[in-house]
Design a protein around this ligand. Structure first.
Ligand code: SF4
Length: 291
């Protein structure tokens, strides 16, 4: 729905390589969505580096979500990526209002330390971020949160890292994409000094991965026994008799392909799966009803 980015996070090349933000015309976007739906697509993701600053004339991001969700109640709608400084209360409220806006939000925090966030030029604090999380859960307690985190940003201290680890424990993410900081030439962060030994950064990274795994496992427990609408994407990599798909919360779900059905018939459709087991990275269950 838009290209480019105006944010200039100090570690990122996107604003230099892809230029400033440009939002696409809402009517063109809607025509594309209607045509995808008419061709059998059951899910769309509104994509941009910073979707919350979408604006084309009168139409801002909340209005665009509403119009896309209005195309059909059968169309599942997602969006990514949200910058925490730009996510508005109006967008958050939609998680409680629109049944076809999927209960999953990717909200990259990058660090739990205000000092590091400032050096990253993220322009929000950990407190502001946690406030957003609270509002999202108030709007819809079922929303699954995911995030991106950079470990080893130049000058990150043990205290900074522990602030990140604490924030991850506090939020309770379904999924966290963890990265070790890597220098991008031409960005302000590339000129920052970093006295931290490589082994320390690796140890922090490993510690964070353990916390993330524990948290994801815990989050997934809330799905046990529930029947979820799963959009079938194909078969499991390990077993071609098992279908793999996505729950509304964007969690991978596995279930044996029901007798009398083939994966070709099921792919791209939504099936109801009763979840029997919640593992760290996926849920598994039985199909109780195919479309
Ligand atoms: Fe923009 Fe994201 Fe890069 Fe920041 S990290 S400059 S928000 S693309």
């Amino acid at each position: 729905i838009m290209r480019g980015c105006n944010n200039y996070c100090s570690y990122c090349v996107v604003p230099y390589t892809r230029g400033i933000e440009r939002s696409r015309d809402p009517e063109t976007i809607l025509a594309e969505v209607r045509s995808l739906f008419a061709n059998g697509y059951r899910e769309v993701t509104l994509l941009g580096q910073n979707v919350n600053s979408y604006r084309a004339g009168e139409v801002g991001f909340p209005e665009l979500i509403r119009r896309v969700a209005d195309v059909s109640p059968l169309l599942r709608v997602r969006f990514a990526t949200s910058h925490p400084k730009d996510l508005t209360d109006e967008v958050i409220a939609l998680f409680g209002e629109l049944p076809n806006l999927m209960p999953a939000l990717h909200l990259p925090v990058q660090s739990g330390s205000d000092r590091v966030l400032k050096a990253m030029n993220r322009r929000y604090t950990a407190e502001h971020y946690l406030d957003l999380v609270r509002k999202v859960r108030e709007a819809n307690p079922d929303v699954a949160l995911s995030t991106d985190i950079i470990v080893g940003f130049p000058g990150e201290t043990e205290e900074d890292f522990q602030a990140t680890a604490n924030l991850v424990r506090e939020v309770g993410y379904g999924q966290v994409f963890t990265f070790i900081y890597s220098k991008r030439e031409g960005t302000p962060a590339a000129k920052m000094e970093d006295p931290t030994p490589r082994e320390t950064i690796q140890r922090r990274f490993d510690e964070l991965v353990d916390i993330v795994q524990e948290g994801a496992h815990e989050q997934n427990q809330r799905f046990a026994g529930r029947v979820l609408d799963v959009l079938v994407e194909g078969t499991s990599k390990r077993d071609e008799d098992v279908l793999a798909g996505r729950s509304p919360h964007n969690v991978t779900v596995h279930a044996p392909i029901p007798a009398g059905k083939t994966i070709d018939e099921l792919e791209g459709t939504i099936v109801k799966v009763r979840i029997d087991e919640s593992l760290t990275w996926y849920l598994s269950g039985e199909v109780v009803d195919a479309e």
